[in-house]
Design a protein around this ligand. Sequence first.
Ligand code: 0A1
Ligand code: ZN
Length: 880
Amino acid sequence: MRTEHAPTIHRADYRPLAWTVDTVELYFSLDAEASIVRNTMQCTRQGDGPLVLLHEGLMREDLTVNGAPPKAMRDEDGRIEIDLDGEDAVEVVVVTRVNPSANTELSGLYQSAGGLFTQCEAEGFRRITCFPDRPDVMTRFTVTLEADRRDYPVLLSNGNLVEQGELEAGRHYAKWEDPFPKPSYLFALVAADLVVLDRKVTTVSGREVLLQVYVEAGNLDRADHAMDSLVNALRWDEETFGLELDLDRYMIVAVGDFNMGAMENKGLNIFNAKYVLAKPETATDVDYEHIESVVAHEYFHNWTGNRVTCRDWFQLTLKEGLTVFRDQQFSADMLARAGGETARAVKRIEDVRVLRTAQFPEDAGPMAHPIRPDAYQAIDNFYTATVYEKGAEVIRMLHTILGPEGFRNGMDLYFSYHDGQAVTCDDFVEAMSEANGVDLDQFMRWYSQRGTPTVHADVAFDGEAETCTLTLTQSRPDKDDEPLQIPVAVGFINAVGDDIPLRLQGEAEAGATTRVLQLTERQQQFVFEGLRPGSVPSLLRGFSAPVVMAINESDAQLAFRMAHDADPFNRWDAAQRYMTRTLLAMAASDAPEVPRAFIAAFDTVLNNIALDPAFRTVALTLPSEAYLLEQMDVADPAALRRAMIIMTQTLGRALADDWLGHDEALAVPGEYRYHPGDAGSRALRNLGLRYLCAANDHQGVGLAELRAANAKNMSERFGALMALVQSPAVEAAQLALTAFEQTFGGDALVMDKWFAVQAAAWRWSPEQPATLERIEALTQHPAFSLGNPNKIYSLFGSFFRNNPAEFHRPDGAGYRFWADRIRELNARNPQVGARMARMLENWRRYTPELQQLAREQIEGLLKEEALSPDVREVLEKALG
Ligand code: 0A1
Ligand code: ZN
């Protein structure tokens, strides 16, 4: 493990390398303990300076230049520099030995369930061989894999299979050639015992291509949805962006141990099994949805990331923000195709909920950074909600400003200029600007600002003139004097709840009911004509920019918009605002109670059967505690939890008959199918069970018990289990958990859910065991393993993130538990360790007592000698 203090790397220091690698031939003699890698590189000079090769934790057996040991070579801190004065082209051969079975970091070449897999983004290739392991070095790869046939019958790498055959002593080989030059982070290999689902499709230009999904034996019945998603993604990219699959063969491989979600290696995507495997008995509707979007995300990277890649890692959002935007649009289109426009709106709401829960706190904390950071210590720490999700919002604003056609023209120009290149975010925005003849210089500020901007809105009516002046004022948490370009979508609603056609001052007649205003100055006024006092503004419709919209609204106005706003996003947002306000007031009160008017507003939405069940579900789901804590002046998890418990119990009790009625009415008949309509009904029933069980309603608990035991699909079964575990019905919950464990004990992915639901459990009464004690016991469970990232995320991540009241315990036991886990993970898997370390980064937001306890643990950890750069960076920034 790297234990040295990592230097800070600055974006401004980027320099092209003096040497590049035109072709590389890799020969792998694979073995779980001792794999030998022979790497032959044809290098050419493109500037002054030495040839640079990067490496990490490698046993080097040989290194030659043109067949001889290099004459002048330095090797320090994982960087080899070879002076080659007078040479313009050389052949470099490096032979290394690696031990995949000892690779607990899961970066480079590692073992999982007896198979061998690679993960090279961002800097894993240097853990396999010495190489200028940077994304701006584009190379043509030829790869030969040699391994024992019995243990590793399947041998895969990027591109096309050009040769395969038998060797002596039970070994065999396969040779792969990737016709496209690529950066080393997109290299991949797989050697494992797998089965495959094949499908052939014809691309838009009439080429037949082979699509494959590789899984472990016994899982073939769970691969269809991933395959269908892949075909849909391929078609969508052809239709929407005119982008065609460029390879003859495209492979997806599922692996049980993986640090992240999935990886877009050229032609050989490697996936966390969680985002591939699904059948109705084991996967929920949400799992199906995630699989569809992750499969699409990796597929879309083939153009946005692989064909055009990043010049350096500071440009990460160039590929990630754009690709997240593309996968969001794809999923929205798929959902709308099956479930209509409401399904599209619900998807938008879910995406914004993720942004507010994960990205807003990040942007307000010690790790806050622009979507294009200026500096980092460990690049692995910058695969963040800001780079991905806020990055996608920035792309979405471009799409809003330029319109779908303008955006498409910009994409076409981007590819025509930069196909096959490693480029920057400026190159992308310049293509958008040039294709549309629009100046986007001010827009570029989004790439360098950090913190969530606020837009204050003030609305003034002039009754006589029938005008309304909307004053928008923006403020940035960083540089307040540099205003951003912020598209603000605006509507107004009349007294009976209808949208009003809008006429801006100077326009001859009223037009659309939603107008996108461009806020480019610190303060701007927009005058609407023909608007009567009392018209209700609906601002930032569709969440047209990643900002906080601040406006004074009464409870009555929020309830009105909850019932009438024609923009589904804002209708949901009105409910969120009303819930947030109510919960925060309850948390601050000595005798918290849910106001009657609030229950009435909630009731109106619940019983409006004209509204889609999926929409009612999101509208009636309380904001996450992480988001609510962020809204408190001093984050007090215990006070918030008390308010959450009273709120859920009250809504369960007061509306019990309604919930039960909807439960009956919305039962989905027939076989399970993944369909937004069915999923919406199931989701509303599950939400009903949550409220009913929270209130310990007899009938509700009975229904949940029945469903947890007998439901035919996991969506209903798990929804019921969650409702029981998240309730005061302690015994019923325990029985259901035990039964669930007996049925699914051997299924790793289903057990992840079983761990997660327990880690997130609230404490409803003193009789219930403290969640932390439960988690400690679960670490000893045979299905738990510290080496499997999914288990870490399910048990620990879910506890730290989703259970603030139990994690931030006043006795500090949660923090001690956290610190011990960071110690273990730091040694075993620093990437995952750093992600867990981040769960306490906002410690300064909490009460003084909690701050003191958190500080002790963070300082204690920083005294550890062997801290990885990943974990150290997070802790040092947290302490600030
Ligand atoms: N590029 C992948 C995510 C990814 C990033 C880093 C990894 O290892 C450190 C693995 C995967 C994506 O966006 O899907
Ligand atoms: Zn990605």
